[in-house]
Design a protein. Structure first.
Lengths: 114, 114
C-alpha cells in the first residue's frame, strides 16, 4: 500500500540558511500534519492542513511556514535556521480530519543545522 | 485533550503477550484512545484506536475499562521487532473545527527479550 512520502530524507544546512521539506500524502488523503522530534525528545505537533487550508497550529516557530497545494502535497519552509532546529521532521496524513481517522506517518526528514 | 500516564519502560519475553497499560483518568466522553509506536527514529506507526468498546486488529488488541479511565494495549505474541516506544494518546472527536495534532507524551519503552 502507498505510504506518506517525504523528501529529502536527509538535509544539512548552515545557520541562517533556509530549508524546504516536502510531504506527499497517501492518495485520497486530504489532511496533512507536520511534527518535529528533537534528539531524545518525543514528537511535537507543528501545524496541520485540511483541504489546502491551515487547520490547527501547535508549537511552530514564526520562522517556519507551511502550505498545502492543490494536489494535497505540503511543504514546510524554515528560514533563519538555528542549531536547535536540528531534528527529525515527520509528516502525517489522514483521510479526513478528526479523531475517527488515524494519522499515518512518513519516514521523516532528518535536518542537521551546522 | 486528556493527559495520559504510562510506565517508563517494560520488559517482555519473546513469544509472550505484552500488556501495556495507560491511565487517562480525565478522559471525556467524546475522546478516543489511540496507540502508536516508534521504532528507533522511524516515523510513528499507527497501531489501534477505540472509543468505548474493545478493539482488535491484525497488530494488537485494545481493552478499555468500562469507566474509560484506563486502557491496555495487548500484543499477543511479542517478537524482537516489537521493541519500540509505545505512545498512548487521547484525542478529542472532530467537532467541526480543525485537524488537531496528536499530543505525544513520554510513552513506554517496551523491550522484548529473546
Amino acid at each position: 500500500a502507498a505510504g506518506v512520502i517525504q523528501s529529502p530524507r536527509h538535509l544539512i544546512k548552515e545557520k541562517r540558511e533556509t530549508a524546504t521539506l516536502k510531504c506527499y500524502p497517501i492518495p485520497r488523503h486530504d489532511t496533512v500534519y507536520w511534527y518535529q522530534q528533537g534528539p531524545g525528545q518525543d514528537p511535537q505537533f507543528l501545524i496541520s492542513f485540511y483541504e489546502k487550508m491551515q487547520s490547527d497550529k501547535g508549537s511552530i516557530p514564526d520562522r517556519f511556514s507551511a502550505q498545502q497545494f492543490s494536489d494535497y502535497h505540503s511543504e514546510l519552509n524554515m528560514s533563519s535556521l538555528e542549531l536547535g532546529d536540528s531534528a527529525l521532521y515527520f509528516c502525517a496524513s489522514s483521510r479526513e480530519p478528526g479523531a475517527t481517522y488515524e494519522q499515518y506517518f512518513g519516514p521523516g526528514t532528518r535536518l542537521t543545522v551546522t | 485533550d486528556a493527559k495520559t500516564t504510562q510506565p517508563t519502560s517494560m520488559d517482555c519475553a519473546e513469544g509472550r503477550a505484552a500488556n501495556l497499560p495507560c491511565n487517562h483518568s480525565t478522559i471525556s466522553g467524546n475522546e478516543y484512545v489511540y496507540w502508536y509506536r516508534q521504532i528507533h527514529s522511524q516515523g510513528p506507526q499507527y497501531i489501534i484506536h477505540g472509543l468505548k468498546n474493545n478493539e482488535t486488529n491484525e497488530m494488537a488488541s485494545l481493552i478499555i475499562t468500562e469507566d474509560r479511565k484506563s486502557s491496555t494495549l495487548i500484543l499477543p505474541h511479542a517478537t524482537l521487532r516489537d521493541t519500540a516506544v509505545y505512545y498512548c494518546i487521547v484525542r478529542a472527536s472532530y467537532s467541526g473545527g480543525g485537524a488537531d495534532g496528536l499530543t505525544f507524551g513520554k510513552g513506554t519503552h517496551l523491550i522484548i527479550q529473546p
